[in-house]
Design a protein around this ligand. Structure first.
Ligand SMILES: [Zn+2]
Length: 128
C-alpha cells in the first residue's frame, strides 16, 4: 500500500498514546494466536486467546480457523471475548456466540495495521 513509513509521532493529546498502547497489546495477542492457528491447522474449532487490549486477560474464545482467517484478513480487526471491547478505541463490528470482533479506530487502527505480522512482508502468494 502507499502508506508512509514514518515513525510514530508520540505526544499527541487526543488519546493517542492510550490508543497506541491498546493496539500494541492486541498485536501481541495476535502474534500468539497466529502461532496457535499454525499449530492447529485443522478446520475445527480452536481455542484462541482473547485479543482485547488488556494484557492481563487470559480469556479464551472458540472459533474456527476459517473464522479466524476471515477476521485476520483485516489487519485492524481483532477477535475478543464478548464485552471486552474498549468503545473509545474500537467498534464492535460483529458479535456472535461466544466472541465479538472489534475494529480499531483511527490511530489505534494504524498501529495495529503496522504491527500486523502479515503486513510486514509484501509478498502476495499466487492464488491457484
Ligand atoms: Zn479480553
Amino acid at each position: 500500500m502507499g502508506s508512509s513509513k514514518e515513525v510514530l509521532v508520540t505526544g499527541e493529546t487526543d488519546g493517542g498514546i492510550q490508543a497506541v498502547k491498546a493496539a500494541r497489546n492486541q498485536s501481541l495477542w495476535r502474534e500468539i494466536n497466529e502461532r496457535i492457528r499454525t499449530v492447529a491447522e485443522t478446520s475445527g474449532n480452536v481455542e484462541f486467546l482473547c485479543e482485547c487490549a488488556d494484557l492481563e486477560c487470559t480469556k479464551t474464545i472458540h472459533l474456527s480457523t476459517a473464522d479466524y482467517e476471515r477476521i485476520r484478513n483485516s489487519p485492524t480487526r481483532f477477535p475478543i471475548a464478548l464485552g471486552h471491547d474498549l468503545p473509545e478505541f474500537e467498534t464492535v463490528v460483529e458479535a456472535s456466540d461466544g466472541y465479538a470482533v472489534v475494529e480499531k479506530n483511527g490511530r489505534a487502527g494504524e498501529v495495529a495495521a503496522r504491527m500486523d505480522p502479515r503486513s510486514r512482508s509484501d509478498e502476495v502468494p499466487p492464488n491457484a
